[in-house]
Design a protein around this ligand. Structure first.
Ligand code: UDX
Length: 445
Protein backbone atom coordinates (compact mmCIF):
# COMPACT_ATOMS: atom_id res chain seq x y z
CA UNK A 1 0.00 0.00 0.00
CA UNK A 2 1.22 3.49 -0.93
CA UNK A 3 2.29 5.49 2.12
CA UNK A 4 1.43 9.18 1.97
CA UNK A 5 2.64 11.98 4.18
CA UNK A 6 0.91 15.36 4.15
CA UNK A 7 2.79 18.39 5.47
CA UNK A 8 0.51 21.11 6.82
CA UNK A 9 -2.83 20.18 8.37
CA UNK A 10 -4.88 23.25 7.44
CA UNK A 11 -8.16 22.77 5.55
CA UNK A 12 -6.46 21.66 2.32
CA UNK A 13 -3.94 19.36 4.04
CA UNK A 14 -6.36 17.65 6.40
CA UNK A 15 -9.01 17.12 3.71
CA UNK A 16 -6.38 15.73 1.31
CA UNK A 17 -4.95 13.46 4.01
CA UNK A 18 -8.34 12.11 5.07
CA UNK A 19 -9.53 11.55 1.49
CA UNK A 20 -6.42 9.42 0.85
CA UNK A 21 -6.98 7.61 4.16
CA UNK A 22 -10.62 6.97 3.23
CA UNK A 23 -9.43 5.13 0.11
CA UNK A 24 -7.26 2.91 2.31
CA UNK A 25 -3.87 4.59 1.75
CA UNK A 26 -1.67 4.72 4.83
CA UNK A 27 -1.47 8.42 5.68
CA UNK A 28 0.55 10.48 8.14
CA UNK A 29 -0.37 14.14 8.60
CA UNK A 30 2.42 16.37 9.88
CA UNK A 31 2.04 19.85 11.35
CA UNK A 32 4.42 22.00 13.39
CA UNK A 33 1.49 23.25 15.49
CA UNK A 34 1.38 20.78 18.39
CA UNK A 35 -2.00 22.04 19.66
CA UNK A 36 -3.53 21.38 16.25
CA UNK A 37 -1.99 17.90 16.14
CA UNK A 38 -3.27 17.11 19.68
CA UNK A 39 -6.76 18.25 18.72
CA UNK A 40 -6.79 16.06 15.61
CA UNK A 41 -5.40 13.11 17.59
CA UNK A 42 -8.29 13.58 20.01
CA UNK A 43 -10.63 13.16 17.04
CA UNK A 44 -11.55 16.86 16.84
CA UNK A 45 -11.37 19.16 13.82
CA UNK A 46 -9.53 22.50 14.14
CA UNK A 47 -12.07 24.10 11.74
CA UNK A 48 -15.55 23.42 10.38
CA UNK A 49 -15.83 21.28 7.26
CA UNK A 50 -19.02 19.29 6.64
CA UNK A 51 -18.59 15.48 7.01
CA UNK A 52 -14.86 15.73 7.71
CA UNK A 53 -15.36 14.65 11.35
CA UNK A 54 -16.82 11.39 10.03
CA UNK A 55 -13.80 10.91 7.76
CA UNK A 56 -11.45 11.54 10.68
CA UNK A 57 -13.24 9.10 13.00
CA UNK A 58 -13.37 6.45 10.29
CA UNK A 59 -9.67 6.84 9.39
CA UNK A 60 -8.55 6.67 13.03
CA UNK A 61 -10.70 3.58 13.66
CA UNK A 62 -9.35 1.83 10.56
CA UNK A 63 -5.81 2.86 11.45
CA UNK A 64 -5.23 4.53 8.06
CA UNK A 65 -4.40 7.98 9.46
CA UNK A 66 -2.25 9.43 12.18
CA UNK A 67 -1.27 13.01 12.99
CA UNK A 68 2.12 14.01 14.34
CA UNK A 69 4.50 16.93 14.61
CA UNK A 70 7.49 14.66 14.11
CA UNK A 71 8.90 15.32 10.65
CA UNK A 72 11.27 12.37 10.70
CA UNK A 73 8.25 10.15 10.03
CA UNK A 74 8.37 11.39 6.44
CA UNK A 75 11.24 8.98 5.79
CA UNK A 76 8.85 6.09 5.35
CA UNK A 77 6.54 7.84 2.87
CA UNK A 78 6.30 7.01 -0.84
CA UNK A 79 4.52 10.31 -1.54
CA UNK A 80 5.00 13.62 0.31
CA UNK A 81 2.44 16.36 -0.21
CA UNK A 82 3.24 19.97 0.73
CA UNK A 83 0.03 21.71 1.81
CA UNK A 84 1.44 24.41 4.10
CA UNK A 85 0.01 27.93 4.04
CA UNK A 86 1.32 30.69 1.76
CA UNK A 87 0.07 33.85 3.50
CA UNK A 88 0.50 37.43 2.29
CA UNK A 89 3.64 39.25 3.34
CA UNK A 90 3.18 42.84 4.52
CA UNK A 91 3.57 44.26 1.01
CA UNK A 92 0.96 41.81 -0.38
CA UNK A 93 3.55 39.54 -2.00
CA UNK A 94 3.61 35.84 -1.16
CA UNK A 95 5.28 34.60 2.03
CA UNK A 96 6.99 31.34 1.10
CA UNK A 97 8.64 30.67 4.47
CA UNK A 98 6.46 27.63 5.30
CA UNK A 99 7.05 26.13 1.84
CA UNK A 100 10.74 26.63 2.45
CA UNK A 101 10.76 24.87 5.82
CA UNK A 102 8.61 22.01 4.51
CA UNK A 103 11.01 21.53 1.57
CA UNK A 104 14.01 21.52 3.92
CA UNK A 105 12.30 19.01 6.22
CA UNK A 106 11.47 16.70 3.32
CA UNK A 107 15.00 17.08 1.93
CA UNK A 108 16.49 16.07 5.30
CA UNK A 109 14.21 13.07 5.61
CA UNK A 110 15.29 11.88 2.15
CA UNK A 111 18.99 11.88 3.03
CA UNK A 112 19.21 8.28 4.28
CA UNK A 113 16.27 6.96 2.34
CA UNK A 114 16.93 4.30 -0.24
CA UNK A 115 13.60 4.26 -2.10
CA UNK A 116 12.38 7.03 -4.36
CA UNK A 117 9.84 9.54 -3.05
CA UNK A 118 7.31 11.52 -5.09
CA UNK A 119 7.07 15.08 -3.72
CA UNK A 120 4.02 17.22 -4.58
CA UNK A 121 3.64 20.96 -4.14
CA UNK A 122 -0.06 21.52 -3.49
CA UNK A 123 0.33 24.87 -1.69
CA UNK A 124 -0.55 27.85 -3.89
CA UNK A 125 2.79 29.28 -5.01
CA UNK A 126 3.88 31.87 -7.55
CA UNK A 127 5.33 30.65 -10.87
CA UNK A 128 8.91 29.48 -10.52
CA UNK A 129 8.62 28.39 -6.87
CA UNK A 130 8.72 24.63 -7.52
CA UNK A 131 11.65 24.91 -9.93
CA UNK A 132 13.67 27.61 -8.18
CA UNK A 133 12.93 27.11 -4.49
CA UNK A 134 11.53 23.65 -3.72
CA UNK A 135 13.75 21.65 -6.07
CA UNK A 136 17.07 23.25 -5.01
CA UNK A 137 16.17 22.87 -1.31
CA UNK A 138 15.23 19.21 -1.77
CA UNK A 139 18.51 18.61 -3.62
CA UNK A 140 20.62 20.53 -1.10
CA UNK A 141 19.18 18.91 2.05
CA UNK A 142 18.84 15.37 0.67
CA UNK A 143 22.18 15.36 -1.09
CA UNK A 144 20.32 13.82 -4.05
CA UNK A 145 19.31 15.00 -7.50
CA UNK A 146 15.85 15.22 -9.02
CA UNK A 147 15.25 11.86 -10.70
CA UNK A 148 17.73 10.12 -8.45
CA UNK A 149 16.08 9.80 -5.05
CA UNK A 150 12.97 11.86 -5.57
CA UNK A 151 10.44 12.96 -8.17
CA UNK A 152 8.80 16.38 -8.02
CA UNK A 153 5.46 17.73 -9.31
CA UNK A 154 3.44 20.86 -8.91
CA UNK A 155 -0.15 19.81 -8.20
CA UNK A 156 -2.47 22.73 -7.31
CA UNK A 157 -5.80 22.11 -5.60
CA UNK A 158 -9.14 23.82 -6.18
CA UNK A 159 -10.99 22.95 -2.96
CA UNK A 160 -13.78 25.20 -1.74
CA UNK A 161 -14.32 25.52 1.99
CA UNK A 162 -17.55 23.79 2.94
CA UNK A 163 -17.40 21.60 -0.18
CA UNK A 164 -13.81 20.45 0.15
CA UNK A 165 -14.56 16.72 0.35
CA UNK A 166 -16.78 16.82 -2.72
CA UNK A 167 -14.18 18.87 -4.63
CA UNK A 168 -11.48 16.45 -3.57
CA UNK A 169 -13.44 13.35 -4.60
CA UNK A 170 -15.04 14.77 -7.76
CA UNK A 171 -12.63 17.40 -9.13
CA UNK A 172 -13.39 19.02 -12.51
CA UNK A 173 -9.79 18.28 -13.50
CA UNK A 174 -6.38 17.48 -12.10
CA UNK A 175 -3.43 19.69 -12.92
CA UNK A 176 0.06 18.20 -12.81
CA UNK A 177 3.21 20.18 -13.54
CA UNK A 178 6.67 18.67 -13.87
CA UNK A 179 9.94 18.84 -15.74
CA UNK A 180 10.40 15.11 -16.27
CA UNK A 181 7.95 12.88 -18.14
CA UNK A 182 8.61 10.14 -15.54
CA UNK A 183 7.47 12.38 -12.67
CA UNK A 184 4.29 13.41 -14.52
CA UNK A 185 3.54 9.77 -15.28
CA UNK A 186 4.08 8.67 -11.67
CA UNK A 187 1.56 11.20 -10.38
CA UNK A 188 -0.88 10.44 -13.18
CA UNK A 189 -0.74 6.76 -12.17
CA UNK A 190 -1.34 7.65 -8.51
CA UNK A 191 -4.48 9.61 -9.42
CA UNK A 192 -5.70 6.93 -11.83
CA UNK A 193 -5.43 4.42 -9.02
CA UNK A 194 -7.16 6.85 -6.63
CA UNK A 195 -10.09 7.81 -8.89
CA UNK A 196 -10.27 4.64 -11.06
CA UNK A 197 -13.17 4.89 -13.53
CA UNK A 198 -14.04 8.34 -12.19
CA UNK A 199 -10.66 9.83 -13.10
CA UNK A 200 -11.26 13.40 -14.29
CA UNK A 201 -9.35 14.99 -17.20
CA UNK A 202 -5.68 15.33 -16.28
CA UNK A 203 -3.72 18.33 -17.55
CA UNK A 204 -0.01 17.49 -17.72
CA UNK A 205 2.18 20.51 -18.14
CA UNK A 206 5.22 22.41 -16.85
CA UNK A 207 5.71 23.45 -13.20
CA UNK A 208 5.11 27.07 -14.12
CA UNK A 209 1.92 26.45 -16.09
CA UNK A 210 0.50 24.42 -13.20
CA UNK A 211 1.35 27.24 -10.77
CA UNK A 212 -0.15 29.81 -13.14
CA UNK A 213 -3.34 27.80 -13.63
CA UNK A 214 -4.12 28.08 -9.92
CA UNK A 215 -3.71 31.88 -9.85
CA UNK A 216 -5.43 32.41 -13.20
CA UNK A 217 -8.32 30.27 -11.99
CA UNK A 218 -8.85 32.03 -8.67
CA UNK A 219 -8.41 35.53 -10.06
CA UNK A 220 -10.81 34.79 -12.93
CA UNK A 221 -13.49 33.70 -10.44
CA UNK A 222 -12.88 36.78 -8.27
CA UNK A 223 -13.06 38.92 -11.42
CA UNK A 224 -16.36 37.31 -12.42
CA UNK A 225 -17.86 38.22 -9.03
CA UNK A 226 -16.46 41.76 -9.12
CA UNK A 227 -17.82 42.12 -12.64
CA UNK A 228 -21.36 41.18 -11.61
CA UNK A 229 -21.03 43.44 -8.56
CA UNK A 230 -20.10 46.33 -10.86
CA UNK A 231 -23.20 45.54 -12.95
CA UNK A 232 -25.22 45.33 -9.71
CA UNK A 233 -24.13 48.82 -8.67
CA UNK A 234 -25.11 50.07 -12.11
CA UNK A 235 -28.50 48.29 -11.93
CA UNK A 236 -29.29 50.09 -8.68
CA UNK A 237 -29.28 53.39 -10.58
CA UNK A 238 -31.45 52.21 -13.48
CA UNK A 239 -35.22 52.33 -13.08
CA UNK A 240 -36.71 48.84 -13.47
CA UNK A 241 -33.35 47.06 -13.23
CA UNK A 242 -32.47 44.02 -11.15
CA UNK A 243 -29.05 42.31 -11.34
CA UNK A 244 -30.57 38.89 -10.57
CA UNK A 245 -32.37 38.89 -13.93
CA UNK A 246 -29.37 40.38 -15.72
CA UNK A 247 -27.11 37.65 -14.31
CA UNK A 248 -29.64 34.99 -15.34
CA UNK A 249 -29.77 36.42 -18.84
CA UNK A 250 -26.03 36.52 -19.38
CA UNK A 251 -25.35 33.28 -17.47
CA UNK A 252 -27.36 31.30 -20.02
CA UNK A 253 -24.80 32.23 -22.65
CA UNK A 254 -22.64 29.10 -22.57
CA UNK A 255 -19.56 31.23 -23.15
CA UNK A 256 -20.22 33.01 -19.84
CA UNK A 257 -21.92 30.35 -17.64
CA UNK A 258 -24.19 30.96 -14.68
CA UNK A 259 -21.87 30.07 -11.79
CA UNK A 260 -20.12 32.75 -9.72
CA UNK A 261 -22.51 35.42 -10.97
CA UNK A 262 -24.25 36.00 -7.64
CA UNK A 263 -24.00 39.70 -6.87
CA UNK A 264 -23.51 40.63 -3.25
CA UNK A 265 -21.24 42.32 -0.75
CA UNK A 266 -18.12 40.87 -2.31
CA UNK A 267 -15.72 37.97 -1.94
CA UNK A 268 -13.62 37.12 1.09
CA UNK A 269 -12.03 34.00 2.55
CA UNK A 270 -8.57 32.58 2.82
CA UNK A 271 -7.85 32.31 -0.90
CA UNK A 272 -9.23 34.95 -3.28
CA UNK A 273 -7.92 38.01 -1.37
CA UNK A 274 -4.48 36.52 -0.72
CA UNK A 275 -4.06 34.97 -4.16
CA UNK A 276 -5.16 38.09 -6.00
CA UNK A 277 -2.70 40.20 -4.02
CA UNK A 278 0.14 37.74 -4.59
CA UNK A 279 -0.63 37.46 -8.32
CA UNK A 280 -0.76 41.20 -8.74
CA UNK A 281 2.50 41.67 -6.80
CA UNK A 282 4.08 38.97 -8.97
CA UNK A 283 2.86 40.64 -12.19
CA UNK A 284 4.36 43.93 -11.03
CA UNK A 285 7.63 42.23 -10.13
CA UNK A 286 7.94 40.90 -13.66
CA UNK A 287 6.77 44.31 -15.00
CA UNK A 288 3.54 43.13 -16.62
CA UNK A 289 0.30 45.11 -16.95
CA UNK A 290 -2.09 43.80 -14.26
CA UNK A 291 -4.69 46.55 -13.84
CA UNK A 292 -7.55 44.06 -14.31
CA UNK A 293 -6.42 42.28 -11.14
CA UNK A 294 -6.19 45.58 -9.28
CA UNK A 295 -9.63 46.74 -10.45
CA UNK A 296 -11.11 43.40 -9.41
CA UNK A 297 -9.81 44.08 -5.91
CA UNK A 298 -10.85 47.76 -5.85
CA UNK A 299 -14.46 46.90 -6.74
CA UNK A 300 -14.43 44.30 -3.97
CA UNK A 301 -12.96 46.72 -1.43
CA UNK A 302 -15.83 49.16 -2.05
CA UNK A 303 -18.62 46.58 -2.07
CA UNK A 304 -19.28 46.11 1.69
CA UNK A 305 -19.97 49.83 2.12
CA UNK A 306 -22.83 49.52 -0.41
CA UNK A 307 -24.86 47.77 2.31
CA UNK A 308 -24.29 50.71 4.67
CA UNK A 309 -25.39 53.11 1.92
CA UNK A 310 -28.58 51.13 1.32
CA UNK A 311 -29.32 51.06 5.06
CA UNK A 312 -28.69 54.78 5.21
CA UNK A 313 -31.10 55.48 2.39
CA UNK A 314 -33.80 53.39 4.10
CA UNK A 315 -33.29 55.04 7.50
CA UNK A 316 -32.11 58.51 6.33
CA UNK A 317 -29.47 58.57 9.08
CA UNK A 318 -27.63 55.70 10.81
CA UNK A 319 -26.81 57.66 13.96
CA UNK A 320 -28.17 55.89 17.05
CA UNK A 321 -29.93 53.30 14.89
CA UNK A 322 -29.75 49.63 15.82
CA UNK A 323 -28.54 47.57 12.86
CA UNK A 324 -28.89 43.78 12.97
CA UNK A 325 -26.37 41.81 10.92
CA UNK A 326 -27.41 38.33 9.86
CA UNK A 327 -24.22 36.41 9.11
CA UNK A 328 -20.57 37.22 9.73
CA UNK A 329 -18.59 34.37 8.11
CA UNK A 330 -17.08 35.03 4.66
CA UNK A 331 -19.63 32.61 3.20
CA UNK A 332 -22.21 30.12 4.43
CA UNK A 333 -21.36 26.72 5.99
CA UNK A 334 -18.08 27.85 7.52
CA UNK A 335 -16.87 29.52 10.72
CA UNK A 336 -14.09 31.19 8.74
CA UNK A 337 -13.84 34.94 9.25
CA UNK A 338 -10.72 35.49 7.17
CA UNK A 339 -11.21 38.60 5.02
CA UNK A 340 -14.96 38.42 5.67
CA UNK A 341 -16.83 41.45 4.30
CA UNK A 342 -18.60 41.75 7.66
CA UNK A 343 -15.37 43.19 9.13
CA UNK A 344 -15.20 46.38 7.00
CA UNK A 345 -19.00 46.65 7.02
CA UNK A 346 -19.10 46.76 10.84
CA UNK A 347 -16.39 49.45 10.81
CA UNK A 348 -18.39 51.58 8.36
CA UNK A 349 -21.63 51.22 10.32
CA UNK A 350 -19.96 52.12 13.62
CA UNK A 351 -18.18 55.10 12.07
CA UNK A 352 -21.58 56.40 10.99
CA UNK A 353 -22.89 56.21 14.54
CA UNK A 354 -24.94 53.00 14.27
CA UNK A 355 -25.27 50.44 17.03
CA UNK A 356 -24.48 46.93 15.74
CA UNK A 357 -25.84 43.57 16.87
CA UNK A 358 -24.82 40.45 14.98
CA UNK A 359 -25.65 36.78 14.71
CA UNK A 360 -23.92 33.96 12.85
CA UNK A 361 -24.69 30.24 13.24
CA UNK A 362 -20.99 29.30 13.42
CA UNK A 363 -18.57 32.22 13.27
CA UNK A 364 -19.25 34.27 16.43
CA UNK A 365 -16.27 32.86 18.37
CA UNK A 366 -13.91 33.62 15.50
CA UNK A 367 -15.55 36.99 14.85
CA UNK A 368 -15.33 38.43 18.38
CA UNK A 369 -11.60 39.23 18.38
CA UNK A 370 -11.84 40.77 14.90
CA UNK A 371 -14.75 43.14 15.49
CA UNK A 372 -14.99 46.30 17.58
CA UNK A 373 -15.70 45.56 21.25
CA UNK A 374 -18.86 47.66 20.97
CA UNK A 375 -20.55 45.07 18.73
CA UNK A 376 -23.21 42.98 20.53
CA UNK A 377 -23.87 39.36 19.66
CA UNK A 378 -27.21 37.57 19.65
CA UNK A 379 -27.69 33.85 20.18
CA UNK A 380 -30.37 33.40 17.51
CA UNK A 381 -31.34 35.17 14.30
CA UNK A 382 -34.67 36.18 15.80
CA UNK A 383 -33.01 37.65 18.91
CA UNK A 384 -30.72 39.56 16.57
CA UNK A 385 -33.49 41.26 14.59
CA UNK A 386 -35.74 41.88 17.60
CA UNK A 387 -35.99 45.60 18.25
CA UNK A 388 -33.64 46.49 15.37
CA UNK A 389 -34.22 49.46 13.05
CA UNK A 390 -32.66 47.76 10.06
CA UNK A 391 -31.42 44.26 9.23
CA UNK A 392 -28.57 43.65 6.81
CA UNK A 393 -28.27 40.13 5.41
CA UNK A 394 -24.51 39.59 5.13
CA UNK A 395 -23.98 35.81 4.73
CA UNK A 396 -26.30 33.49 2.81
CA UNK A 397 -26.87 30.83 5.52
CA UNK A 398 -29.79 28.48 4.74
CA UNK A 399 -31.56 29.27 8.04
CA UNK A 400 -31.88 32.97 7.11
CA UNK A 401 -33.70 32.10 3.88
CA UNK A 402 -36.56 30.71 5.98
CA UNK A 403 -37.27 33.96 7.85
CA UNK A 404 -40.56 35.35 6.55
CA UNK A 405 -41.20 39.06 5.86
CA UNK A 406 -43.96 38.94 8.52
CA UNK A 407 -41.41 37.82 11.14
CA UNK A 408 -39.20 40.81 10.34
CA UNK A 409 -42.27 43.04 10.55
CA UNK A 410 -43.35 41.69 13.94
CA UNK A 411 -39.94 41.59 15.61
CA UNK A 412 -38.18 44.70 14.36
CA UNK A 413 -38.70 48.20 15.69
CA UNK A 414 -38.58 49.70 12.25
CA UNK A 415 -38.74 46.91 9.70
CA UNK A 416 -36.25 47.70 6.97
CA UNK A 417 -34.22 45.02 5.24
CA UNK A 418 -31.03 45.20 3.17
CA UNK A 419 -30.42 41.95 1.30
CA UNK A 420 -26.68 41.87 0.73
CA UNK A 421 -26.69 38.40 -0.89
CA UNK A 422 -29.94 38.37 -2.85
CA UNK A 423 -31.50 35.46 -0.97
CA UNK A 424 -34.94 37.01 -0.49
CA UNK A 425 -37.77 37.55 -2.97
CA UNK A 426 -38.35 41.35 -3.11
CA UNK A 427 -42.01 40.94 -4.12
CA UNK A 428 -42.82 39.03 -0.89
CA UNK A 429 -41.45 41.91 1.17
CA UNK A 430 -43.36 44.44 -0.89
CA UNK A 431 -46.56 42.46 -0.40
CA UNK A 432 -45.95 42.28 3.35
CA UNK A 433 -45.34 46.03 3.42
CA UNK A 434 -41.78 45.71 4.70
CA UNK A 435 -39.25 48.25 3.47
CA UNK A 436 -36.71 46.38 1.41
CA UNK A 437 -33.49 47.17 -0.45
CA UNK A 438 -31.02 44.83 -2.08
CA UNK A 439 -27.69 44.91 -3.84
CA UNK A 440 -28.34 45.36 -7.55
CA UNK A 441 -32.05 46.16 -7.23
CA UNK A 442 -33.47 49.49 -8.29
CA UNK A 443 -36.13 50.56 -5.82
CA UNK A 444 -38.01 53.10 -7.97
CA UNK A 445 -41.39 51.80 -9.18
C1 UDX B 1 -12.12 29.50 -3.46
C2 UDX B 1 -12.15 28.74 -4.80
O1 UDX B 1 -13.51 28.56 -5.21
C3 UDX B 1 -11.44 27.39 -4.67
O2 UDX B 1 -11.42 26.75 -5.93
C4 UDX B 1 -10.01 27.67 -4.19
O3 UDX B 1 -9.29 26.47 -4.04
C5 UDX B 1 -10.05 28.42 -2.87
O4 UDX B 1 -10.79 29.64 -3.03
P1 UDX B 1 -13.48 29.41 -1.16
O5 UDX B 1 -12.62 30.53 -0.70
O6 UDX B 1 -13.75 28.28 -0.25
O7 UDX B 1 -12.90 28.75 -2.52
O8 UDX B 1 -14.89 30.05 -1.51
P2 UDX B 1 -15.86 30.24 -2.76
O9 UDX B 1 -17.02 29.35 -2.61
O10 UDX B 1 -15.13 30.18 -4.03
O11 UDX B 1 -16.34 31.75 -2.50
C6 UDX B 1 -15.40 32.81 -2.37
C7 UDX B 1 -16.08 34.11 -2.05
O12 UDX B 1 -16.82 34.58 -3.17
C8 UDX B 1 -17.09 34.04 -0.88
O13 UDX B 1 -16.92 35.19 -0.09
C9 UDX B 1 -18.43 34.03 -1.57
O14 UDX B 1 -19.45 34.60 -0.76
C10 UDX B 1 -18.14 34.91 -2.79
N1 UDX B 1 -19.02 34.64 -3.93
C11 UDX B 1 -18.96 33.44 -4.58
C12 UDX B 1 -19.89 35.64 -4.41
O15 UDX B 1 -19.94 36.74 -3.85
N2 UDX B 1 -20.64 35.38 -5.52
C13 UDX B 1 -20.59 34.20 -6.18
O16 UDX B 1 -21.32 34.06 -7.19
C14 UDX B 1 -19.74 33.19 -5.70
Amino acid sequence: MVRVSVLGLGPVGLVTALCFAKRGYSVVGVDVDKCRVDLIRAGKLPFIEPSLDRYLKDAVERGTFEATSDMSINKSADVSIITVGTPSAEDGSIDLSHVKSASIAIGQSLRDKTEDQLVLVKSTVIPGTTRNLVKPLLEEYSGKKLGNGFKLCSNPEFLREGKAIYDSEFPDRIVIGGEREEDLRALEELYKEFYREKTPPIVKTSYENAELIKYANNSFLAMKISYINMIANLCQQVQGADVVDVAKGIGLDKRIGSLFLNAGLGWGGSCFPKDLKAFSAYAKMIRTESSLLDDTKTINDHQPSKAAELAESLLTDLKGKRIALLGLAFKADTDDMRQAVSIPLVKTLLSRGAEVIAYDPAAITNAKPLLDSGVKFASTAIDCITGADCCILVTEWEEFKKIKPETFREKMRYPAIVDGRRIFDPSEFKQANVRFSAIGLNNRD
